[in-house]
Design a binder for this molecule. Structure first.
Ligand code: NDP
Ligand code: CA
Length: 310
């Protein structure tokens, strides 16, 4: 995972991708909020210095930059102004939507609420519309989770991407909240169906749900006709074994979690998967799991090239 050569990308082996320039590189990552990683998260095996902001900041920027995406979808962003300043130099603009009552604010040291963010290449896309969404569990119950929906238009003549939508979300965490995630997902799908109609859509996020959960199944069955990019990495078309792998300490002892809960979904009538960045191996991740000196978040970044079909 140390270089981003094309050799590192696996594509649809049957149909080798032809590079006609009409593709989008999408990057999805829960960057791990700084306030949480030194507070509530309790990553017991992670070296203390790997959690210091002066160090993590550089590793996060490096991870964003080296993947050279045109749209970045992020969660647990409690450093939006830092990222924005960096992205401005690359002629990217960004949108941020904080959680209404971010758990970062409960931490003694914090830099404000965490939330979802989208950064996009202003030289390639015009942002027509942004909808900042507070997810509800039903019409009457608001929740603490958010999403962003952006409507873009490709402005590079030779790439003529037309209009497409990108949505990002971060659903409720932890075991026992499967029903809440399902309700949040259902609410989001409802809004997406209304706003996007049958236009091209990319939906990314930390869904805090494995493919076995109802929310994943509802997304895959929705009228938006979505497919999951990372299933294209395996011949059996299943999700990868993990997108997060961490060990947390508690009064019950250490608890190891290794599961795929982050996704890039796309409307399958509109896009074709050209390439997908591989997930690092267990030995690349190492015995102390994530985060580490090598990986600044407990979640891995997902990167894919999607070709827009005409
Ligand atoms: P979530 O339960 O969705 O999770 C908050 C963060 O905790 C996530 O970023 C999540 O990371 C991380 N996390 C997941 N599992 C664990 C774990 N086992 N131990 C520690 N952290 C974990 O957040 P909510 O928005 O529902 O807020 C939860 C907390 O926020 C509450 O416990 C409370 O402290 C505070 N809060 C306060 C409110 C108030 O009224 N003052 C209202 C709402 C929240 P990931 O997604 O990567 O798994
Ligand atoms: Ca987290």
């Amino acid at each position: 995972d140390d270089d981003d050569d094309d050799d590192d990308k696996k594509g649809d082996e049957d149909k080798p991708p032809k590079n006609d320039g009409k593709s989008l590189r999408i990057f999805q990552w829960n960057i791990l909020a700084q306030a949480l990683c030194q507070g509530a998260d309790n990553f017991v095996l992670c070296p203390e210095e790997a959690l210091e902001w002066k160090y993590r900041q550089l590793r996060i920027l490096e991870e964003l930059h080296r993947n050279d995406a045109s749209i970045y979808c992020l969660q647990e962003v409690d450093c939006f102004s830092v990222l924005k300043e960096h992205f401005q130099k690359l002629k990217f603009d960004g949108v941020f939507h904080p959680k209404p009552q971010s758990p970062c604010l409960d931490q003694e040291i914090n830099t404000g609420p965490d939330g979802c963010a989208i950064f996009y290449d202003e030289e390639k896309f015009k942002l027509h519309d942004t909808r900042k969404i507070n997810l509800k569990a039903n019409e009457n119950v608001i929740t603490n989770q958010v999403a962003i929906l952006c409507k873009f238009e490709g402005i590079k003549e030779k790439e003529d991407l037309g209009t497409f939508f990108v949505a990002v979300t971060h659903l409720k965490a932890k075991a026992g909240y499967e029903k809440l995630r399902q309700a949040q997902g259902r609410y989001l799908l409802q809004i997406l169906t209304q706003e996007v109609g049958d236009a091209p859509l990319i939906l990314t996020g930390d869904f805090n749900a494995s493919y076995k959960e109802p929310v994943y199944k509802e997304i895959m069955k929705s009228d938006l006709l979505l497919s999951s990019t990372y299933t294209f990495l395996s011949p059996d078309r299943v999700e990868p074994p993990f997108t997060t792998w961490q060990v947390r300490g508690s009064y019950m002892g250490n608890k190891e979690t290794c599961v795929a809960i982050d996704y890039i979904f796309f409307s399958k009538d509109h896009f074709r998967v050209k390439s997908v960045l591989d997930i690092p191996s267990e030995s690349e991740i190492g015995q102390k799991r994530l985060p580490s000196l090598l990986y600044p978040s407990d979640h891995l970044s997902l990167v894919c090239d999607l070709e827009i079909l005409k």
